[in-house]
Design a protein around this ligand. Structure first.
Ligand code: ADP
Ligand code: MG
Length: 233
């Protein structure tokens, strides 16, 4: 079988506490995500979901362990190589989208392309925005777009460099319940069309229910604090 797109081994991450000492957040023996897989990563608030995504993306360095992206251990790379690997292999959708306010939708996708190995391609950027239903909003800035439209720009941008995997952190957190399913359908549909693996982090069971594979952080993370009783948030 081909390499998994993501493979964690012996990953530990702790943070310093204000009162001194450190608190363990991640202690993961193994986590493997095969190419093209769509996975919902569930966990209660504060269980370490965002920390895990940031470790996978090489934004946070783990205390120990390896994080292989397409076979390359991102924890061992110097910063420029790490940034390049992230830009080439990973598409990130942040909870707050992180679009560049001074740039249009099209320019936001082009700027993302400029960090990858291939030359920015206007036609492909337009096609990505068309795929998320924004062909009529290419030249709007984020402030001129609705929240849902900004989110779709973020999805198009995540796919800019033909990543192997899209990592989305609570992508439905800032949309109303009625539009949650639309966002998830859009992410899943575009990732299926482009053959890209998808990891969606969520604390919402109804979001996770749409996915063929669901994993709870508490199941494979020994450092996870006990979830509140009766499945509450
Ligand atoms: P989740 O995304 O599952 O809600 P996070 O990964 O954001 O959880 O946080 C997990 C735990 O780590 C929380 O208890 C949080 O307070 C703590 N934490 C996160 N980032 C830091 C940091 N930079 N410094 C100290 N503690 C942190
Ligand atoms: Mg979080």
């Amino acid at each position: 079988m081909a390499n998994p797109v993501i493979e964690l081994s012996g990953v530990r991450k702790s943070f310093p506490q204000p009162e001194g000492g450190r608190v363990a957040i991640l202690d993961i023996d193994a986590l493997s995500i095969p190419a093209g897989e769509q996975l919902a990563l569930e966990g209660s608030s504060g269980s370490g979901k965002s920390t895990l995504l940031n470790v996978i993306a090489g934004i946070l360095r783990p205390d120990s362990g390896s994080v292989r992206i397409d076979g390359i251990d991102i924890t061992r790379l110097a910063e420029p190589q790490r940034d390049r690997l992230r830009a080439d292999k990973l598409g990130l959708v942040f909870q707050s989208f992180n679009l560049l306010p001074g740039f249009t939708a099209l320019e936001n996708v082009l700027v993302a392309m400029s960090f990858g190995s291939d030359r920015p391609d206007r036609q492909r950027a337009s096609a990505l925005l068309a795929a998320v239903g924004l062909s009529h909003r290419l030249h709007h800035r984020p402030a001129q777009l609705s929240t849902g439209q900004q989110q779709r720009v973020a999805v198009a941008r995540a796919l800019a460099n033909r990543p192997r995997v899209v990592l989305a952190d609570e992508p439905t957190a800032s949309v109303d319940a009625a539009h949650q399913a639309q966002v998830i359908d859009l992410l899943r549909g575009t990732c299926t069309d482009q053959g890209v693996a998808l990891v969606v982090v969520t604390h919402a069971a109804e979001v996770a229910a749409a996915f063929p594979r669901r994993l709870r952080l508490e199941q494979f993370n020994r450092a996870a604090t006990a979830a509140p009783a009766a499945g509450g948030e």
